[in-house]
Write a protein that binds this ligand. Structure first.
Ligand SMILES: [Zn+2]
Ligand SMILES: [Zn+2]
Length: 136
């Protein structure tokens, strides 16, 4: 038993003699990868939250939900979902989703809120569930 193990170890280490020094660090990386990604996600999220706060102070962020959306900061560097909600115009997808969860913050009924995507579909006819139009 003991001799077989030793023989196996010797066989292993002699199989890749030139890479022996690099193997150890490489195998220790994968378990840490998810944590590193999560740290980056949190940092990015915090930075976005900070950007939204500064855009609000600059008068460029009039959002319509309890905690202002982040989507408009990334997409447009400003938000006018609040004004849109009050005027019956479409709001961004993030805001529309939050309204559907009861987190809207404008004096209008939640049923009056729709996203740009919903508005576009209504305008072009609701094609959901219908076969695609083919040119013939
Ligand atoms: Zn909004
Ligand atoms: Zn938005």
């Amino acid at each position: 038993m003991r001799w077989i193990l030793v023989a196996a170890l010797v066989a292993c280490s002699s199989a890749e003699p030139e890479r022996a020094g690099e193997v150890a660090p490489a195998t220790s990386v994968p378990p840490q990868a998810p944590d590193a990604l999560e740290i980056r996600r949190k940092a990015l999220s915090a930075e976005l939250r900070e950007l939204v706060g500064e855009l609000e102070l600059a008068g460029r962020y009039d959002c319509c939900i309890e905690t202002p959306c982040k989507l408009c900061a990334v997409r447009a560097g400003g938000c006018r979902c609040g004004e849109a909600a009050r005027d019956g115009e479409p709001v961004c997808e993030e805001c529309a989703m939050m309204w559907s969860k009861g987190l809207g913050d404008e004096p209008v009924p939640a049923s009056s809120i729709r996203s740009f995507l919903e508005a576009e579909r209504q305008q072009n006819g609701d094609i959901c569930g219908k076969p695609p139009v083919t040119a013939e």
